[in-house]
Design a protein around this ligand. Structure first.
Ligand SMILES: [Zn+2]
Length: 294
């Protein structure tokens, strides 16, 4: 066992460098798996515990398959994507995500791991525990030496997990069914979504009868977020995006750049992704999704 260069945990395996690579694979019990450049390994080994980077590696692993590569410039790049520390509500969501993905029976929230959920000090952890216990979001068991507690779900948090779609892994897509845009869906939208472990859902129907409308409403209610592409200027897309906003879902507005002037004036203040071709769309969408899910 070695010491993790980032979080300083001693439950860590650093694989020996092979084939002359200039980076190593690290498997840390706290951060999870990541790659680190040799220069960064030296730099971070001489520094204290880096809560922010450990948080980024852990959160990245919850959502994506490829391990994060840490080099000496990573901190600056990651600051654009990850906020740290998080507020009370955001921490609850991070804990729920972790329980759902990895630890259905709960886990000990303690000084070794509180940063993985966006908490940055012992005092903040104790404050979080007191408040979430008072509000019956979590039930707490035994107190550990460092003031940490064993945490479990309550009826209230189980309901949060089941209902509001915060943790849903589906993405509802509203767009024109024009056959020309099928390749945009298949080659730009779907891969960008699947990269983060989400599944795209699209209703392949043109007419809005009652049964389809209910189906759409349910799918939007259950999704984690929405993508609404306004290329072709279809009325159905406005309706679905509006439903998403009314249900407090994050909605990503997109449109092919040459058609941006066709979109309805009332929606022009939204931060549209203006895309030129499939590659451009995929890249911009991936960046925007990253901002939404973390
Ligand atoms: Zn670590």
């Amino acid at each position: 066992m070695s010491e993790c260069p980032i979080c300083k945990s001693h439950n860590c395996i650093i694989k020996d460098e092979r084939n002359g690579k200039d980076s190593k694979e690290v498997v840390c019990e706290i951060c999870g798996k990541y790659q680190i450049s040799n220069t960064a390994e030296v730099t971070f080994s001489n520094k204290g515990r880096d809560l922010f980077l450990s948080y980024c590696i852990f959160q990245h692993n919850l959502h994506q398959k490829k391990p994060l590569v840490i080099n000496t410039l990573s901190e600056n790049t990651l600051k654009e994507y990850y906020t740290f520390p998080l507020n009370y509500k955001e921490t609850i969501i991070k804990i729920l995500e972790f329980i759902k993905e990895k630890e259905p029976n709960g886990f000990a929230l303690c000084s070794e791991n509180y940063h993985l959920f966006g908490i940055d000090t012992d005092v903040a952890m104790k404050r979080f525990i007191t408040r979430s216990e008072d509000e019956a979001i979590f039930r707490y068991g035994l107190t550990l030496n460092d003031g940490g507690r064993y945490l479990e779900l309550t009826a209230k948090s189980i309901k949060m997990l089941d209902s509001n779609g915060i943790l849903s892994k589906t993405v509802f897509i509203a767009m024109s069914f024009n056959s020309e845009l099928m390749s945009v869906y298949e080659q730009a939208i779907k891969p960008a979504i699947e990269y983060f472990g989400y599944k795209a859902e699209r209703i392949d129907e043109v007419s809005f009868n009652d049964a389809i409308f209910d189906n759409i409403k349910e799918k939007i209610n259950q999704c984690g977020f929405m993508i609404a592409d306004f290329t072709d200027n279809k009325h159905g897309v406005y309706l679905e995006a509006g439903m998403g906003l009314a249900l407090d879902k994050p909605v990503i507005f997109t449109c092919r750049d040459i058609e941006i002037d066709n979109i309805h004036f009332d929606t022009q203040h939204f931060n549209y992704i203006r895309w030129s071709d499939i590659e451009d769309f995929k890249q911009k969408l991936t960046e925007r999704i990253q901002n939404i899910i973390i």
